[in-house]
Design a protein around this ligand. Structure first.
Ligand SMILES: Nc1ncnc2c1ncn2[C@@H]1O[C@H](COP(=O)(O)OP(=O)(O)OP(=O)(O)O)[C@@H](O)[C@H]1O
Ligand SMILES: [Mg+2]
Length: 214
């Protein structure tokens, strides 16, 4: 199965992609992390992880260019899961990952400015769906401020649900991701969030994974 973490703007994609990889790896699956971003943030994280010999290491590959979809489909035959980390822009490798993927996970901040950018991600997804019938899409609200959780996310949820009302293959997840310092603390340690000791963050992420990975 191919899962691509896709959004045309910055929205905690890499953090989510590496944590999905860790979650799946620690649940006993063969996982490949595909870094599709020229910034190489996921590859940097893998370097940090490789320094800790006590952690299960995660196979990885860097991909770019016009053969990304074909390459991902080939790799998916060798792994239970291929998890793609896309760059924060509308570009070829990101779009090609949508052509190959079974699941696209789209993180979005619940601010008016960010929500305006969701339409550009949805437009790329609609284009891909014309060629990739199996594509399922999960929109995840991320960067939620725990102090204004209810009001902020409810407004965002209403707007997102309106935006995806014509896309029956697109679901807004029940579980969100809250802004927590632990997320930036674990990056230089090469950990996924489920390997951290922050129980609230772990619980929230595990619930999200259960919504997406059936
Ligand atoms: N839930 C969170 N709470 C607090 N900080 C977070 C959270 N998720 C990610 N971050 C931090 O936010 C920053 C940006 O996250 P990340 O690099 O994952 O975003 P991105 O969407 O991959 O960005 P880009 O578009 O540049 O690739 C990082 O410093 C990361 O540690
Ligand atoms: Mg990134």
């Amino acid at each position: 199965m191919i899962i691509t973490v896709f959004a045309t703007k910055s929205s905690t994609k890499t953090s989510i992609a590496v944590s999905i990889s860790v979650y799946l790896k620690n649940n006993g699956y063969d996982v490949l992390l595909a870094d599709l971003d020229e910034q190489s943030s996921a590859s940097d994280w893998l370097d940090y992880r490789s320094e800790n010999v006590n952690l299960k290491q995660i196979a990885s590959v860097k991909k770019n260019g016009k053969n990304v979809a074909r390459d991902l489909i080939e790799l998916a035959m060798k792994y239970n899961y291929v998890v793609c980390d896309c760059g924060g822009k509308d570009y070829l490798a990101g779009r090609l990952s949508l052509l190959a993927a079974d699941v696209a996970l789209v993180p979005i901040f619940p601010t008016n400015l960010s929500l305006l950018t969701l339409e550009s991600s949805l437009s790329a997804i609609r284009d891909a769906k014309n060629f990739n019938e199996k594509l399922m899409v999960f929109i995840v609200i991320t960067g939620v401020n725990s102090n204004i959780l209810v009001k902020d996310t409810q407004e965002a949820r209403d707007l997102i649900n309106e935006m995806i009302s014509d896309m029956d293959y697109c679901v807004l997840t029940e579980n969100c991701i809250t802004t927590r310092k632990i997320w930036s603390d674990i990056t230089p340690l090469g950990l996924g969030i489920t390997e951290s000791s922050n129980n609230k963050a772990v619980d929230q992420f595990e619930k999200l994974m259960k919504e997406i990975i059936k």
